[in-house]
Design a protein around this ligand. Structure first.
Ligand SMILES: Cc1cc2nc3c(=O)[nH]c(=O)nc-3n(C[C@H](O)[C@H](O)[C@H](O)COP(=O)(O)OP(=O)(O)OC[C@H]3O[C@@H](n4cnc5c(N)ncnc54)[C@H](O)[C@@H]3O)c2cc1C
Ligand SMILES: NC(=O)c1ccc[n+]([C@@H]2O[C@H](COP(=O)([O-])OP(=O)(O)OC[C@H]3O[C@@H](n4cnc5c(N)ncnc54)[C@H](O)[C@@H]3O)[C@@H](O)[C@H]2O)c1
Length: 330
């Protein structure tokens, strides 16, 4: 019996975990790496005194049949639940109800529950920033920021945002160049917790003509801690770019001000506030690549930036990376 070398997967966001699950299910050992202390990437949730707060992805929709099917399985296992917020739109200074029929999903009891469950018992090195990916005579090796080497691996899947993927793909300049051509826009996120509930029916709001792009009542999502009235505000990419290096306190103050102006009720001082800057929040434009691959060399890149820039696109891209890798092995 031959022992299969593991496949290295850099990134434990939903794209990396989607690929990992598919490869594991096909009988291939995988080894995951992430620079963060936990999984989830842009679908992670921040623990706070007001409970877990979804600072990144707010909810997701499922349009592709394959993703619809997997989300149904996640629902059956209790990893996700439907969120039916009272939706509003803010435009031209007017806050108006904007209900629709779209099904929207969230991780339960927090967004990070999905990737945590997907990771399961798969082997992973957290707090491990990969700085170099190189090929020896036959196999792949990784170098991390602490100077440790990892390997050998039969294949490598890079599942990070495009600007972070590009340097890791430098052994295949064509792939590195393609990743480098995808700019990703930043997003400032602010979470607020109020001791008494704000007197508004708003639970989610799409915003135009404001520094804000979106706001959500975090505690209206299923399974959340409801002791405090928690909110998450997202700034537009444009406002974020203009205020990229603003101190967190000033960002909180500005976005709280914009929130108080549009929400249409009294907004007291929050009991808790925190700000988070997502440097690579969303690809500036969508692509239809699915995956970037050099199958002969055994290196792949996947992530939301290879498709729609949404949770669904990231998951599909991870599936595509695994599919292409398995196809080449046959
Ligand atoms: C503020 C915000 C709001 C959003 N809202 C929505 C929404 O409502 N609906 C929706 O569908 N999508 C939303 N998105 C987009 C969605 O979150 C992403 O499309 C999706 O989570 C991307 O998954 P991914 O696996 O491709 O990348 P990521 O989640 O970014 O995962 C990449 C992982 O790679 C790791 N990594 C990076 N570099 C290295 C390295 N050198 N070594 C080791 N590890 C590394 C990172 O730590 C990270 O864990 C939002 C994103 C943000 C930021
Ligand atoms: N802030 C970030 O960095 C970031 C990154 C990626 C995605 N996102 C957001 O994630 C969401 C995911 O998109 P999706 O297609 O899965 O969800 P979706 O179908 O709910 O929303 C898509 C877009 O349609 C509009 N829209 C939808 N329903 C509306 C309603 N009831 N009233 C008014 N406008 C409405 C909004 O402009 C929204 O951005 C988008 O809103 C996108 O902007 C944000």
């Amino acid at each position: 019996m031959t022992t299969l070398l593991p496949i290295a997967i850099i990134g434990t966001g939903i794209a990396g975990l989607s690929a990992a699950q598919a490869l594991h299910a096909a009988g291939h050992p995988v080894q995951l790496f992430d620079k963060s202390r936990g999984s989830g990437g842009r679908m992670s949730s921040k623990r706070s005194d007001a409970g877990a707060l979804d600072l990144g992805a707010q909810y997701f929709t499922a349009r592709d049949r394959r993703f619809v099917d997997v989300v149904q399985q996640w629902q059956a296992r209790g990893w996700v639940a439907e969120w039916t917020p009272s939706l509003y739109n803010f435009n031209n200074g007017q806050l108006t109800a904007s209900p629709d029929e779209q099904v929207r999903w969230v991780g339960s009891p927090r967004m990070s529950a999905i990737t945590r469950a997907m990771l399961g018992a798969l082997p992973v090195n957290f707090s491990c920033r990969i700085t170099e990916v190189f090929r020896g005579e036959q196999h792949w090796h990784l170098q991390d920021a602490d100077g440790n080497s990892h390997g050998p691996f039969s294949h490598v899947i890079v599942a990070t945002p495009a600007p972070q993927a590009s340097p890791l793909l430098s052994s295949v300049p064509k792939l590195a160049g393609a990743a480098a051509s995808v700019p990703m826009d930043p997003t400032w996120a602010v979470a607020l917790a109020f001791p008494t509930a704000l007197e508004t029916r708003v639970e989610g709001c799409f915003v135009q003509d404001s520094p804000l792009d979106w706001l959500a009542r975090n505690r209206s999502k299923p399974g959340r801690d409801t002791q405090l009235d928690t909110w998450v505000l997202h700034a537009t990419s444009q406002w974020t770019k203009q205020h990229l290096d603003m101190p967190k306190e000033a960002v909180t103050e500005h976005l709280l001000g914009a929130f108080a102006e549009l929400i249409g009720c009294a907004v007291p001082a929050p009991a808790l506030s925190l700000a988070h800057r997502w440097l690579y929040a969303r690809p500036a434009s969508a692509h239809q690549w699915g995956v970037l691959a050099d199958s002969d060399l055994g290196i792949y890149a996947c992530g939301d930036w290879c498709l729609s820039g949404r949770v669904e696109g990231a998951w599909l891209s991870g599936q595509e990376a695994a599919r292409r890798l398995l196809e080449h092995l046959q």
